[in-house]
Every structure is written in structure tokens, then in C-alpha cells.
Design a binder for this molecule. Sequence first.
Ligand code: ZN
Length: 294
Amino acid sequence: MTRVAGIDVGGTKCLGVVIDIDRDVNGEQDLLAQVRYATPHASALVDTLANVAGELGEVATIGVGIPGLITLHGVMRASPNIVGSVDVAVGPDLSARLGRRVYVDNDGNAAALAEWRYGAGRGARNMWMVTLGTGIGGGHVLNGVVQRGVNGFAGEIGHMMVHPQGPQCTCGRSGCWEVYASGRGLRMLAGGEPGEDVIARARTGDTAAMTVLESYAQWVAVGLSNLTNLSDPDVIVIGGGVSGAGDIVMPMVQRWFADTLYSPEQRTHPALRLAQLGEYAGAIGAALLPQFGV
Ligand SMILES: [Zn+2]
């Protein structure tokens, strides 16, 4: 048995888990330990992470996943969900505190690793994880290694521009993919109606709601098609809140995806699969960072 720890820093909580990296992990039942702390102001984040690590006990390695722009050296340049998160040296400071190297990466990269190793992306050679939440997160696992880029900012797929004259994004630019294909995007396409309500109405067969979902699914497919042209993946894993309505949305996405795929007769179509590890993907994936994230 090799106990390894992963900590997922979310907007409201820090979730720490311990897994045995030599065994399968299919969900909560396979966790050897789990600890939750409220996410503090960025100035207290290293203290909180040190407490979580302490409670998780003896482990071989520790990884941490954080939303936002995380450099190759584990510095949090900016995080949308953590107050005060400008240039916080989480990795270096936590490593110094604990007297051991701690691996820190973006939470989307961590979740991608978890789904690749234990979830819907098992066996994939070239896998994208796409998280359709309030915004859109992503991670790319190629030949068993999560791709980080030169700055550590690879996989920021929510900010692929799909319509330069489109509405403004939270990043300040216009027409990013997440303006249309995130939970916020669904709400915008529905004229301000919450996404859950649109989905509930669509389930009753409401044609106006179905039309909104078709439009949403088309925008999702646009991004998936662009990702396919970029890197020719074999599997794309879809996670996040919207995937909870996968039964009704995914068939629409599948259809639009097939319609927008470049050169469909010449290629194996990437398999679109729903994520399997749910809220634990980030923490489980963080535990995999020391082995697959460097
Ligand atoms: Zn943007």
C-alpha cells in the first residue's frame, strides 16, 4: 500500500483525501481518509492546507489543486474564487512549512488526471476533461502526463474565443467559450432563467426550453469540435454541474458535435463521456499530481 494525499481547494471548502495509489479508486468508498476545512482568505491558505495535511496523517506524497492561474512553481497568480489570491506562493510556502515538496497545480488539471486514471477516461491516450460549471475548466492528459504549458496555464479552454463580437467574459475579453457554454451561459441563452429551471421544463417536453437547450448544446459542441481540431483526442470527459442533466443535454451535444466535426469520415470520433468521480475528482487528482503532473 502507498498512501498519497490530495487536497482540492474550492471556493467554499478545502477537501483533503488519502488514497492508496496502488489500488483502484472508484469514489468515496475507496478513500482512506478525508478532511474538510472552510476555504479561508488567501493570506491564511497555507496555514489551512498545513492543518489539512497534518490531519491526513503519514503519506508518501502530497498534491494540491487550486482553481485559477497556477505557475509551474506552484505560485497562485490569481484565482477567481479565493479572496486576496494575487501572487501567493502556495507551493513554495507549504513545502517549506511541511519540510517536504508539495505539488501544486490547477484544479482542472487535477480533475483530468483523476478521470483519466480512475474514471471515464481510463485507458485514453489523449484525453480532455471539460468541466461545465459556473465557468468552464479543463485539463489535457496526453500519454499519461497532464499538459501544463510554458507558464502552467495550459487547459484554460473556457477562454477560447468563439465570437469576438460576443458578450463580455469575466476575463474582460469578449465572446469566450464559457460566455455561452457554461452554467452562466445557459442562463444567458435562457434570457436570465436559471439553468435548472430550463432543464426541468425541458424534461416535461416544453418546446421553448428544448430550443434553449439545443442552442446551448450547439455552443458546447463548438468548443469540443475546436478541441478535437487542436489535439485529436480519443476521449473527452464532460463534468461539472451541467453534466447532471447529461441524460437530456448529452444526446443534443453528441448530434451537434457529429455535425461540426472536421473531416468526420476520415477519423475515429472522440468518445464523449460523462465524468464519474463527481465532487472527489479534484482531490483524488491532486493526489496523483506528484506521479503524473510533473
Ligand atoms: Zn474569458
